[in-house]
Design a binder for this molecule. Structure first.
Ligand code: FMN
Length: 371
């Protein structure tokens, strides 16, 4: 069988995955309005992809403050929780497993998306350079707009940020999610706190590595208290340089974080690699150091083919591999890997926003012949 390592079972935390093919988190901006509520169409999309060893949902804001784009789903209201319960139910009905990716965008936002037109929040009052977010303007039209000047969070507000994740974790647990993945990657709030270029604080949450990583550790500890650490993962991207983020110590601080995650007993660490996100590629030395620092499962992601994924796992660099654009375009990705069948190409024009087109209408192998 081709890719037999990739297609072999693995245990992550207390979950048994039938294969090591993970569906990467993919923002699709198709939550129903008003209220950013997951819909039946969203449930259908995830259920189509239930063959994955584990699905990680699109990033899901833990609060209105944590939102940076129009029509991304939330997990802070009752209707949102009910919407997610239906998504999880649809995935479980097809014998899949699904993690909720919990998200706070921090400064990658605009006051048009915020409650009462408030400025977005960040570790320091520094705008994300060269960053645009998708908004609905006051006149009802949609479009991209430069990220707003954020307000620096007061030290006394930080327990409230942790609480946003805790409340969301309670809702995710009630909705039946198998796992929670805390989004600490790609230049959003937790990453902003970790990065030298976005965090100029002088309190216990700024300065040295231990301080900059503190909020992420606080969140992971608190979410683990709700869900059980063996059902919690985290996504990081140590060398990410998008959204104006610059970090002189990304790899070093991620190794410190990894040791803290080991202490907490977190189930997995999901690496969004630099080859997609920008920045320098991760070295083999770094991968080895990460393995030493952390004893849970490692998931990697970023432009992998099945062949490269299989080889990465065989070399010991990962326990599972997540696929983003390939999963978006191939609902039966695992089946295609099993048969070494060709893949549908993703249509970039329909990535963000819209309806069924480019979302639920990518054909599976067994319906490729039908119009
Ligand atoms: C349309 C799209 C949406 C994405 N949304 C998210 C997201 O919500 N959360 C996240 O952590 N990464 C997100 N990413 C990054 C992917 O999870 C993944 O890291 C990236 O696509 C590289 O993997 P690939 O080469 O297999 O596509 C997104 C990528 C794409 C293309």
């Amino acid at each position: 069988m081709p890719y037999d390592t990739l297609l072999s079972p693995v245990t992550i935390g207390n979950l048994q995955l039938p294969n090591r093919v993970v569906m990467a988190p993919l923002t699709r901006n198709r939550a129903s309005q008003p209220g950013d509520v997951p819909s039946e169409m969203n449930a259908h999309y995830y259920a189509q992809r239930a063959g994955a060893g584990l699905i990680v949902t699109e990033a899901t804001q833990v609060s209105r403050q944590g939102q940076g784009y129009f029509a991304t789903p939330g997990i802070y209201s009752d209707p949102q929780e009910a919407g997610w319960r239906a998504v999880v139910g649809a995935v479980h009905a097809r014998h899949g497993r699904i993690a909720s990716q919990l998200w706070h965008v921090g400064r990658v936002s605009h006051r048009l998306l915020q409650e009462g037109g408030a400025p977005p929040v960040a570790p320091s009052a520094m705008r994300a350079a060269d960053t645009q977010v998708f908004v609905k303007r006051d006149d009802g039209t949609f479009g991209m707009i430069d990220a707003d000047e954020p307000r620096a969070l007061e030290t006394a507000e930080l327990p409230g940020i942790v609480l946003q994740f805790v409340d969301a974790a309670h809702r995710a647990k009630r909705a039946g999610f198998d796992m929670i993945e805390v989004h600490a990657a790609n230049g959003y709030l937790l990453h902003q706190f970790m990065a030298t270029g976005a965090n100029h604080r002088t309190d216990d949450y700024g300065g040295g590595i231990e301080n900059r990583v503190r909020l992420t550790v606080d969140v992971l500890e608190a979410v683990s208290g709700v869900m059980g650490a063996n059902r919690v993962g985290i996504r990081i991207s140590p060398n990410f340089t998008g959204f104006g983020l610059q970090d002189d110590e990304g790899e070093t601080s991620s190794l410190h974080l990894a040791r803290e995650l080991k202490r907490i007993g977190v189930a997995y660490l999901h690496l969004a690699e630099a080859d997609w996100a920008g920045g320098a590629p991760l070295s083999d030395d770094y991968r080895r150091a990460l393995r030493q620092a952390f004893d849970g499962a490692i998931i990697v992601c970023g432009e992998y083919t099945a062949e490269e994924a299989n080889a990465r796992i065989e070399r010991g660099g990962a326990d599972a591999v997540a696929f983003g654009r390939a999963y978006l375009a191939n609902p039966d990705l695992v089946e295609r890997f099993r048969k070494d069948a060709p893949l549908n190409a993703p249509d970039e024009a329909t990535f963000y926003g819209g309806g069924e087109k480019g979302y639920t209408d990518y054909p599976a192998l067994d319906d490729a012949g039908r119009g």
